[in-house]
Design a protein around this ligand. Structure first.
Ligand code: FE2
Length: 150
């Protein structure tokens, strides 16, 4: 492989990929373990979320390859690199799921601000565009989750 011209961007993208991979599995767990009056709403919403995150994971991993680096691909490395924490298997009520998602989406929004700055500094507008799209989606979802739980 050619030398990576934007190593900090590649490092950020791998950390972001690790966070998305943890988030994906948490969303599967919430989809399975939600109980209570909001079951149908959150069972469906978490499925929509994990489908979107699966696409985002693929986009981020392929972006890493496009910029000449290699996406982290093992669960062990994801857990080592991620800042999001796993959620244990148990029954989840709506408030708890929304709380986790608000915390995790907020963490991603903060990370995306950092990643956009890094990619700008390294002269990588393609990555800036990819990350800005993600930022806008998570900001919108945060607004909706807060409205749902108001
Ligand atoms: Fe399902």
């Amino acid at each position: 492989m050619a030398a990576v011209s934007n190593p900090e961007t590649a490092r950020f993208l791998n950390e972001y990929l690790a966070d998305l991979s943890v988030l994906y599995q948490k969303l599967r767990s919430f989809h399975w373990n939600v109980e209570g009056p909001a079951f149908f709403t959150l069972h469906a919403k978490t499925e929509e979320y994990y489908d979107e995150v699966a696409e985002e994971i693929d986009d981020v991993a392929e972006r890493i390859l496009m910029i000449g680096s290699r996406p982290v691909s093992t669960l062990k490395e994801y857990l080592e690199r991620a800042s999001l924490k796993e959620a244990p298997a148990k029954v989840y009520r709506a408030e708890e799921i929304v709380g986790h998602l608000v915390d995790d989406f907020s963490t991603l929004v903060e990370a995306l601000h950092r990643g956009i700055a890094v990619a700008e500094k390294e002269g990588d507008p393609g990555t800036v565009d990819l990350l800005t799209g993600s930022l806008q989606r998570y900001e919108k979802e945060l607004w909706m989750l807060k409205a749902f739980s108001a």
